[in-house]
Design a protein around this ligand. Structure first.
Ligand SMILES: C[S@@+](CC[C@H](N)C(=O)[O-])C[C@H]1O[C@@H](n2cnc3c(N)ncnc32)[C@H](O)[C@@H]1O
Length: 213
């Protein structure tokens, strides 16, 4: 199910600031060289992510799920001068491409890439976060939320991608569909949590933007 009318999405993208040339090249290279390039965030969503980072001005940010570095570079570009981003990716085969594009985008000094399972790596990273972007294995969204929440600063934001999961969350969920179950559980967990306020934005595959009170 398409969440947004494609013509409306196209118009919105055409009337929003586009990702820069390095990000455009990385998007093309990801499509040419990687399986499942659809895992990339869309250009419009990236523009929103950059806007949220600019408004939040995080000193310390974390991303779970780097893929080829598209969203990580976009966030790093939007960080304040003294901001820093940790990004975690389990697939070590992506490491050289990610680091190549960090250099090309001139953001290497603002990002540290952690190769490994986020469930372990989150605990290795020190400090409390002003912003977290969750965009990895859907089954573990509830777990990542529980791990990140005590590490977030008051006023910090957690942004979770794919929270509408191609529209599957509004259909009867099959007992065997662990991914949709976990995303629905995550969305309900956030709504029931009175330590945060949130809004689900139906952009691309759905973003849940959560602010710590
Ligand atoms: C949707 S893609 C991320 C897209 C990226 N944020 C972007 O917008 O360009 C999800 C990534 O999460 C990674 N991943 C899956 N499970 C993970 C885990 N347990 N720990 C860290 N990364 C994981 C996958 O290998 C994949 O590259």
């Amino acid at each position: 199910m398409k969440i947004v009318n494609p013509k409306i999405e196209e118009y919105s993208q055409a009337h929003s600031q586009a990702p820069n040339l390095v990000l455009q090249e990385l998007e093309r290279q990801t499509h040419v060289t990687r399986l499942m390039p659809q895992m990339l965030s869309g250009a419009l969503q990236i523009s929103l992510l950059q806007m949220l980072v600019r408004l939040q001005e995080p000193k310390l940010a974390i991303e779970i799920g780097t893929f080829t570095g598209y969203s990580a570079i976009a966030m790093a570009e939007a960080l304040p001068d003294d901001g820093f981003l940790h990004t975690i990716e389990i697939n070590e085969e992506l490491e050289s491409m990610i680091l190549q594009y960090f250099r090309k985008a001139n953001v290497s000094q603002k990002i540290e890439l952690h190769i490994g399972d986020a469930q372990e790596k989150i605990n290795d990273i020190k400090g409390n976060f002003d912003l977290a972007f969750i965009d990895a294995d859907k089954e573990n969204y509830p777990l990542y939320y529980k791990m990140l929440l005590p590490r977030m600063k008051k006023g910090g934001i957690i942004i979770a991608d794919n929270v509408l999961w191609g529209g599957k969350v509004v259909e009867p969920i099959k007992a065997s569909d662990r991914q949709t179950q976990a995303i629905d559980e995550f969305n309900k967990m956030v709504l029931a949590d009175d330590t945060v306020e949130n809004v689900v934005i139906p952009i691309r595959d759905g973003l849940n933007v959560i602010r710590i009170k």
